[in-house]
Design a binder for this molecule. Structure first.
Ligand SMILES: [Zn+2]
Length: 272
């Protein structure tokens, strides 16, 4: 019985590795894909260095060819992805919901790494991401599935259309897009267009109103970390900080626990 968790943990480790390789490839100039986590040189790695965790340990956290530090986040992504996959199979079992959540989280993880490393949210990930989520949302609607993050809105008559899964997804995307576009306009470039597109993508994944949970968690998380970095003087007031990683984490939290969080938040309204 525990075997399946271990198996999914290992699958997750390898998926986490793949996330790191893809994130490195799409931000490399000129853009191309190689199996190397070094962001400095373009030497293709021997297979032993590509084994999750073990490769990092063998290389002692440095590129085995040019000696540049690899960044601790790479191993955190691998382990995080392993834990995530084990959690997903524990929570959902071997269901379509497991694969849907896993695919969405992997897309968000790639964007998390690219933004963290290079402050980039490449269109080459975001745009195919839109297509993948749109196709899957259509499938969910056509097959009458109801994912865990779907939040039923008590609406009647014409407005009950918001409970159509595809309409709900598109509404989520529109909400994320408009809200962050407003922030981008008001802050005059403090929020990049990449973040706006990312919010739309997350909205398409989570739907409406769960997108609010994703944005809320992203803003709170980003604010806390920014404050902490300022206090510890790790970062000055003027230094730019990527917001994308927090949005991605918010998106994942919303996919996993969005409905629970929203119900908890709304509960004082229903029980006076
Ligand atoms: Zn290197």
């Amino acid at each position: 019985m525990y075997l399946i968790y271990i198996l999914f943990f290992i699958i997750g480790l390898f998926c986490g590795s793949l996330v790191n390789y893809i994130a490195g490839g799409v931000t490399r100039e000129p853009r191309y894909f190689i199996f190397s986590n070094c962001r400095e040189c373009t030497q293709k790695w021997r297979w032993l260095y590509m084994v999750p965790i073990l490769g990092f340990a063998l290389a002692k956290g440095r590129c085995p060819y040019c000696g540049k530090p690899l960044g601790l986040h790479l191993i955190l992504v691998e382990i995080g992805c392993g834990v995530l996959f084990a959690y997903l199979v524990w929570r959902f079992g071997l269901t379509w919901e497991l694969s849907l959540t896993a695919i969405y989280c992997l897309v968000l993880l790639i964007l998390l790494v690219t933004d963290l490393e290079k402050m980039l949210l490449p269109n080459v990930i975001t745009y195919p991401g839109f297509i993948i989520v749109l196709v899957l949302s259509t499938a969910v609607m056509a097959l009458n599935f109801e994912p865990r993050w779907f939040f039923y809105i008590p609406a009647t008559g014409f407005f009950s259309i918001v409970n159509n899964y595809l309409v709900n997804s598109l509404l989520g995307a529109l909400t994320g897009f408009i809200l962050l576009l407003l922030v981008a306009v008001v802050s005059r470039g403090g929020m990049a267009l990449g973040d706006v597109k990312l919010a739309a993508l997350i909205g398409l994944m989570t739907g409406f109103p769960i997108i609010f949970v994703a944005l809320f968690v992203g803003v709170i998380g980003g604010g806390l970390i920014a404050g902490l970095l300022l206090l510890t003087r790790r970062r000055g007031r003027k230094d730019p900080m990527p917001f994308g990683p927090f949005l991605c984490l918010g998106g994942m939290v919303a996919l996993l626990w969005g409905t629970e969080i929203l119900k908890w938040y709304l509960s004082p309204l229903s029980t006076p």
